[in-house]
Design a protein around this ligand. Structure first.
Ligand code: M6R
Length: 614
């Protein structure tokens, strides 16, 4: 979703803002723009397409030197991705420039009002009205912060706004409701960003803004109020990663780097969670053991890849705790009148912590008096802030739009939650829990083995060149892995890819199997007996209909060999941990296949890293 940068300091605002926008490119966007305010007033430049287009425009028509600036990468919602709809938007007097992330739901009414006063707006966006409304307040004598507060009180929907005024060099004002904005505290300079990546190059000291707050930054000061002007409380923190973590480190794609970081992401998520006796301790768990003992149902809510992590977790948590787990798409959850009460634990899973569908679902759940625990990768983001408890995954910043290391870390965090519940409820003996944790502690090495074997997958990817439709099959925890494999390929290769529960195939989907269609099959460990054998039968069924089978099976499982056109070996791990290894080759395959097709792997078309609209 849109990326936002604001800067006040002594450096060239254009350079700082463009640097910040580059770090935010991963969020997904289709146009970019920048505005600066110096002694000579306000100047701006914006361009549809990638930032390279904006760079070219700035090279042709440089903006004046200035120490105050704002910038934006836009992911189109209202109005296509054109130069005209790109941000910043200026009012018709050229005094105010604004950038916006979110959706202003009452923009049509506000626009009517402005047009009735004889003024003309240029774009098709919901955002432009804000520039006009702020300018009206400034003309009426309000200062910039007060003008923004008054306008914010009139806006409905979700917004992060960052605004500058031609007559106020040295000041940038930001505001947020339901959409993220963080402040970076520098020395003799301060920053605003839609996430910390916007300023991580310059400072790791960040301030988390709360809901409905307005912040005024100058080079030396940061003042935060609520929308009525009352001083507001904020939380300061130090970002626990630095610029190097957000760089490609010699990899061709961020995605490849992040796939390679998975052993560490899993190890870091496990780190410090248990004592020498294997007894679990979850430091950020703000729910008491008594409250957890009272939990009689879990509802896990998430979107996309995080939803698949929840599907995997269901198998483990139900097995270990005997607490029923419902898994729900966040975008569907509150529209079906879900049954929740005080003894329901809602678990939300989100890499970004800003996904609007998930945020709205947890707000709804809390209204229904359910307790909410979030599993999140982004410190200080909105979802954990609005939850009763949190378990942070420690995957580090995930830049590629396609989620990889966050997925594995989410599964691990869900497992820690399941084991913790089992411990608190006495559903498992301590030595059983300790044994599972030992198994988990061994998974980074097993994941590394999958990375070391990546050439097998690359070869398969080259051999399947030309295929345009792919099927992924699995049973038990292999089923969500199949869904995730298909999603990765769809996202990156823009091809038809579908995941199915292998047993469901004969109830309809088998009709799409024809000569040469690649079918990936995740085979459970042979120790799973019946379910393993059923999957082996499913491989034969699709092969008999002409499918080209790519079989993921444990080392030594020779039962699949006669039916595998391509074989990817998996190290021996307990069934519930198999997703942590079996997902890796599917990620590598999607990445390789998309790269083979010449696609931008890190920024697939139409997608945004964090989806901050419903
Ligand atoms: O930040 P979140 O985990 O809440 O994001 C959820 C989905 O938008 C995300 O997983 C999406 O499906 C990714 N593009 C998957 O690769």
């Amino acid at each position: 979703m849109c990326g936002i940068v604001g800067y006040v300091g002594q450096r060239s605002a254009v350079d700082v803002v463009m640097g910040g926008l580059r770090r935010l490119e991963y969020r997904g966007y289709d146009s970019g723009g920048v505005a600066v305010v110096g002694e000579g007033g306000l100047s701006s430049a914006k361009k549809a397409g990638k930032l390279a287009n904006l760079d070219a425009l700035l090279a042709e028509q440089p903006l004046p030197d200035a120490g105050t600036g704002i910038g934006h990468t836009r992911w189109a919602t209202h109005g296509g991705p054109t130069d005209r709809n790109a941000h910043p938007h200026l009012d018709d007097t050229g005094r105010v420039a604004i950038v916006h992330n979110g959706i202003i739901e009452n923009f049509a009414d506000l626009r009517d009002g402005i047009e009735r006063s004889g003024r003309e707006l240029e774009s098709e966006t919901d955002s432009e009205v804000v520039a006009f409304l702020v300018q009206e307040r400034l003309a009426a004598g309000d200062d910039l912060a007060e003008a923004v507060r008054i306008v914010c009180r009139r806006l409905e929907g979700a917004f992060t706004l960052v605004i500058c005024d031609a007559q106020n060099p040295g000041v940038v004002v930001g505001a947020r409701r339901n959409s993220p904005l963080v402040v970076g505290r520098g020395e003799g300079e301060n920053f605003l960003g839609s996430d910390v990546a916007a300023f991580i190059e310059h400072t790791r000291d960040a301030i988390e803004l709360g809901q409905d707050q307005v912040v005024v930054i100058t080079a030396d000061d940061i003042v935060v109020t609520d929308f009525d002007g009352a001083p507001a409380e904020t939380t300061e923190y130090t970002v626990d990663w630095d610029l190097s973590a957000a760089q490609k480190d010699g990899y061709e794609w961020y995605m490849l780097k992040e796939i390679a970081e998975q052993p560490k992401a899993v190890a870091d998520t496990l780190l410090g969670r248990h004592d020498a006796d294997g007894l679990l301790q979850l430091d950020e768990m703000r729910l008491s053991d008594d409250e957890l003992r009272g939990v009689d149902k879990i509802v896990a809510i998430a979107c996309g890849t995080s939803y698949y992590a929840a599907l995997v977790a269901k198998y483990a948590i139900e097995h270990w705790t005997r607490i029923p787990v419902e898994v729900e798409l966040a975008s569907e959850f509150r529209y079906r009148d879900p049954i929740l009460d005080q003894s329901t634990l809602v678990v939300t899973i989100s890499q970004s912590g800003e996904t609007m569908d998930t945020l709205m679902a947890i707000r709804y759940a809390r209204q229904q008096r359910a307790r909410v625990l979030s599993i999140c990768n982004t410190n200080g983001s909105t979802i954990p802030r609005e939850s009763d408890a949190v378990i942070y995954t420690h995957a580090g910043p995930e830049v590629a739009v396609a989620s990889t290391k966050a997925f594995l870390a989410q599964i691990v965090a869900c497992y820690l939650l399941g084991l913790y519940l089992a411990q608190v409820k006495g559903a498992k003996f301590g030595d059983e829990i300790a044994r599972i944790i030992d198994d988990l502690d061994r998974t980074p090495a097993a994941i590394q083995r999958m990375l070391d074997d990546a050439d097998v997958v690359r070869k398969i990817s080259a051999e399947l060149a030309g295929a345009t439709s792919f099927i992924f099959l699995g049973r038990h925890v292999g089923y969500p892995v199949a869904l995730e494999g298909a999603l990765k390929l769809k996202e990156l290769a823009y091809l038809h890819a579908e995941g199915f529960a292998a047993g469901e195939l004969k109830h309809g989907p088998i009709a799409v199997i024809e000569e040469g269609v690649p079918v990936f099959v995740v085979v459970p460990p042979p120790g799973r007996g019946e379910v393993h054998d059923k999957v082996v039968s499913n491989i034969q069924e699709v092969r008999a209909r002409g499918a080209r089978t790519i079989v993921l099976a444990q080392d030594g499982d020779d039962s699949v060999v006669p039916y595998a056109d391509h074989l990817i070996r998996l190290p021996e791990v307990p069934t519930l941990l198999q997703p942590l290894v079996a997902t890796v080759p599917l990620q590598i395959f999607a990445c390789e296949y998309a790269a083979q097709l010449g696609h931008d792997v890190d920024q697939p078309r139409n997608l945004a890293k964090s989806v901050t609209v419903e």
